[in-house]
Design a protein around this ligand. Structure first.
Ligand SMILES: *Cc1c(COP(=O)(O)O)cnc(C)c1O
Length: 430
């Protein structure tokens, strides 16, 4: 075949693939989208991981054009590479955004986004129910002169009451950890839209498969790829997705250098240059590939984890040695109706308080299948006594504010066979 004919054939095949995937389901798109976007070489099904830090251009003009942002391309792998592009394209596509950036970890994504978009004198409204390390970073933001108000985001009125003249953004998690409070997602989104605030949503607990971030008007999705996306506890990664819903023209914190770009790109480009490039928390090619492979089974794993979690929650709810169960899928959960509105399933995280007559550590040591480990979103079921570990550093008062008791165990439910999980709990509680 001549090169020209081959070229036409390839373009046809790519266009055809795009048409084919257009109206297909989540799983179909997930496992075929990489072929569509990356044209892997030599028939390779996986995008090859490329460890090159540098990129050579025989015509120096090409390198200059990349540096000046006139054409897309790679110059140095701290900012971009083909493996990273492949993962970012998958994530942008399944989250329904206009662009995304990947980072070395969820915390790198979250902290970089704050530091790239906020400056001294700005005000941030943050949920009182956030991941422990995100909560810990509030202190750092304050030391840099960024004001932070911490509010109960299960009611939009609390967010509205905290808005000030210098408020720039609202930050919350969809389902919070460990007590599983569900944020007032859509009303807060509408408030942010009306007040022109950046609405940052950490959807680590509820990836695209079970949650439509655009339906609640999120501006930026931030979070961890380490959890459900990668799914097997073998790689760290973080993500920022721009949903395209926020009008960056109205954001006062866009620096001069980025004002010349098309409006839709301004926010993400500032996070990329001032954050990812300057602060350097980049993902490696190998990690990107490991996450991409894990993601292929995202929906299968979520279905199974959510299903197992609901059954286990229902079992624990009626057990006399359990004082309380926190799971949005239970009718008794205070935000059960909201959870049903926003999520197609209720997630794989549940927590419970043991009856005070049961010794927490002794009970945990009796569980045979369940791993005593921090982390969540794994294929295996994990348990951790949160007051003594993740939330130890913040002290009793903050824990009480967050609804965390000393006898609380947080579970991340895996994909094991449910009868085996139920039997493990039955014997440990006997
Ligand atoms: C784990 C987690 C993070 C941090 O992600 P890492 O990849 O561990 O850095 C952020 N937000 C939430 C809700 C998390 O569960």
């Amino acid at each position: 075949m001549s090169t020209a004919v081959l070229g036409v054939f390839l373009i046809f095949r790519i266009l055809n693939m795009s048409d084919i995937l257009n109206n297909k389901g989540f799983n179909t798109r997930l496992v075929h989208a990489d072929r569509l976007i990356n044209h892997p070489q030599d028939g390779a099904v996986h995008q090859a991981t490329n460890n090159s830090v540098l990129f050579d251009y025989p015509d120096i003009q090409d390198l200059v054009d990349i540096f000046q942002g006139k054409v897309a391309g790679h110059a140095y792998s701290r900012q971009s590479s083909a493996s990273i592009d492949a993962l970012q394209n998958m994530l942008t596509s399944i989250e329904g955004g206009v662009g995304s950036l990947t980072f070395a970890s969820g915390m790198a994504a979250i902290t970089t986004t704050f530091l790239a978009l906020l400056q001294q004198g700005d005000h941030l409204i943050m949920s009182q129910f956030v991941f422990g390390n995100t909560n810990s970073f509030i202190g750092t933001l304050r030391r840099y002169g960024i004001e932070v108000s911490v509010v109960d985001v299960t009611d939009v009125d609390n967010v509205a009451a905290a808005i000030k003249e210098n408020t720039r953004a609202v930050y919350l998690e969809t389902i919070a950890n460990p007590v599983t409070q569900v944020a007032d997602l859509l009303p807060v989104g509408e408030l942010c839209e009306q007040q022109k605030l950046v609405y940052m949503v950490d959807n680590t607990m509820t990836p695209a498969y079970i949650f439509d971030a655009k339906a609640v008007k999120a501006s930026l999705l931030v979070g961890s790829l380490t959890k459900y996306y990668a799914g097997h506890g073998q790689v760290l990664g973080g993500i920022v997705v721009d949903t395209g819903l926020y009008d960056w023209q109205t954001y006062p914190g866009i620096q001069e250098g980025f004002r010349g770009l098309p409006v839709a790109q301004q926010g993400l480009m500032q996070i990329k240059k001032k954050g990812l490039r300057d602060m350097g928390g980049c993902l490696t090619s190998e990690s990107a590939h490991a996450i991409s492979v894990g993601m292929e089974t995202l929906a299968l794993r979520m279905d199974r984890s959510c299903d197992n979690a609901l059954q286990l929650a229902q079992y624990l709810e009626q057990h006399p040695k359990i004082a309380a169960v926190y799971y949005p899928g239970l009718k008794a959960h205070p935000q059960h109706d909201k959870a049903s509105q926003y999520f197609s399933q209720y997630g794989g995280i549940l927590s419970f308080d043991l009856h005070e007559s049961v010794d927490c550590f002794a009970f945990m040591n009796k569980l045979q299948l369940v791993l005593n480990a921090t982390h969540l979103g794994d294929t295996r079921t994990l348990a951790i006594p949160v007051a003594h570990t993740i939330y130890y550093e913040m002290g009793a008062e903050v824990r009480a504010d967050m609804g965390i008791s000393d006898n609380m165990i947080r579970m991340s439910i895996g994909i094991e066979d449910i009868q085996d999980l139920l039997a493990d709990f039955e014997q440990a509680l006997a």
